[in-house]
Design a protein around this ligand. Structure first.
Ligand SMILES: [Ca+2]
Length: 500
């Protein structure tokens, strides 16, 4: 049977392992960085990390990725570091994407494969990112970092699964998707603060983030900030200052309703706030040693936005759902003006940030991410990522090795509750479809007949992946099912009512 080991490194911490990894190229970075950041040897201090996670931004929604919409501040940020064209979000919807980025583990492995929902009282209380998962915040805390989350959490109820339970010392924001057109409850740490309108939320996030960074700079502590904007998620209700006359007329008419023509104004509004944050880093004098990571959580919520050359967007396992804008700037370590087509994933952010902070990954669990620091700091180095598994809810729908991607047969009756026949060309797939992405980014040319050996390889990878982290009707041997005792592929409110 195909081994999943290349996909999921088991990381060990022991004195022997430390020596061994220092001698082994590729695996040694966490330890090397730990030595580099030892202040007693006169090495640079630990970097600050600002992870900006934006909502539903498609691959083609920024100027630096080919959009006509102006995003000068974001484009400048992207140009000052390394910009990826082959970065995959771990999931194509909000909650599992966020669970995976914070844990470095696939959503099925970390116990959060579907969205905790505010629509059902039982789910709201009992579903979220399991508390025994270890987040980036918890890892860097062990290295003396101050930690804060701002914005959309979407990983469970505040008091039972909130950010303060997952290693964040500070939190400000509204937990779920902001109720556009209504007032939303704003939280300060674990307490309700006040109710504000969507239009006020973005400035709150910027002000809170800057204040927190200032405080840490004053205290001399490195920080990790997880800033999760509500922009540019639908139903697209930007502030007037960022709208054309036509867009603003539409905002007023729709009154918080679906308004896809206003998406470019949402991008401009986000750009404005990124500009304020970057100016603050410069003013505080910490730009050089702050790693800024910008990424979208999933593809665009079509028809708003663009997935560029890729097919479809949010909710599906086509590239348009997973391939999103992402870049990293760290002037002290990463050269500017780099554009990389190496395959990387949101899963890789945790091991990368851990390595930069000096933290060693726990040995009691499997990580699906890889430390990207060697390739970020040396353009000649290859990406450690060779494979990726595309899940939709608990179901494995596609697997990829290099540029080869195999869509797996699937039964529409087992589709996750957010799936949509109109958005997914493979909604009802009877046989495997093989695409070679380098020549076929839109996944239109099925070459499974001419490459049976690739189909076999990828099917073996799928089988090994299922055995480890599960599929519909199959529990994996390392699948975290603590808060998902069954297959929650179908939301309770969508399940057919029993006949009387
Ligand atoms: Ca999202």
């Amino acid at each position: 049977m195909y081994s999943l080991k290349p996909l999921v490194r088991r990381i060990q911490i022991s004195g022997f392992c430390l020596i061994a990894t220092l001698l082994t190229a590729g695996a040694a970075t966490a330890q090397v960085v730990e030595e580099d950041s030892d202040s007693s040897s006169g090495s640079p201090p630990k970097p600050n990390v600002l992870l900006i996670y934006v909502d539903d931004m498609g691959f083609g929604d920024l100027g630096c990725y080919g959009s006509d919409t102006e995003s000068p501040n974001i484009d400048r940020l992207a140009g000052q570091g390394i910009r990826f064209t082959n970065y995959l979000s771990a999931a194509n919807v909000c909650s599992p994407s966020r669970a995976a980025v914070l844990t470095g583990r696939y959503p099925n492995r970390c116990g959060c494969p579907v969205c905790p929902s505010e629509r059902d009282g039982v789910w709201k209380q009992h579903v979220g990112l399991p508390l025994d998962e270890i987040t980036i915040a918890e890892l860097v805390q062990s290295q003396g970092y101050a930690t804060a989350a701002f914005g959309k959490w979407h990983l469970g109820n505040l008091n039972s699964f909130g950010p303060m339970k997952q290693g964040f010392e500070h939190y400000e924001g509204a937990l779920y998707n902001f109720p556009v057109g209504k007032t939303g409850q704003w939280y300060h740490r674990e307490e309700p603060k006040d109710k504000i309108r969507f239009a006020q939320a973005h400035q709150r996030l910027t002000d809170g983030t800057i204040e927190f960074m200032k405080q840490q700079q004053s205290d001399g502590k490195p920080f990790f900030v997880y800033l999760t904007h509500y922009l540019v998620h639908g139903p697209w209700s930007p502030n007037k200052a960022f709208c054309t006359d036509k867009q603003w007329a539409s905002v007023k008419k729709k009154k918080g309703g679906m308004n896809p023509i206003a998406l470019p104004a949402m991008v401009r509004e986000l750009d404005h706030h990124i500009g304020l944050l970057m100016q603050a880093l410069e003013d505080l004098g910490i730009e050089e040693n702050t790693m800024v990571i910008f990424a979208s959580d999933n593809g665009p919520w079509l028809p708003a936005g663009s997935s560029g050359p890729f097919t479809s967007g949010k909710y599906v396992t086509m590239e348009g759902g997973h391939r999103v804008p992402a870049f990293v700037r760290w002037p002290g370590r990463i050269k500017p003006s780099q554009v990389s087509d190496k395959m990387v994933s949101a899963l890789d952010l945790l091991p990368t940030i851990a390595a930069a902070s000096g933290a060693t990954l726990p040995s009691d669990r499997t990580y699906d991410g890889y430390n990207m620091l060697p390739m970020l700091t040396d353009a000649d180095k290859q990406s450690p990522r060779k494979q990726f598994a595309y899940y939709n809810g608990v179901r494995l729908e596609a697997v990829r090795q290099g540029d080869w991607k195999l869509h797996l047969p699937r039964d529409p009756k087992e589709a996750v509750y957010w799936s949509n026949e109109k958005k997914d060309p493979h909604f009802n797939l009877k046989r495997p479809v093989l695409n070679q992405l380098i020549d076929d980014p839109s996944e239109k040319k099925d070459v499974h007949r001419s490459h049976p050996e690739k189909v076999s390889q990828l099917q073996a990878m799928a089988e090994a992946t299922r055995a480890e982290i599960g599929d519909v009707g199959q529990q994996g041997n390392d699948q975290h099912v603590k808060t998902y005792p069954g297959n929650y592929q179908v939301a309770p409110w969508r399940k057919p009512k029993p006949k009387r």
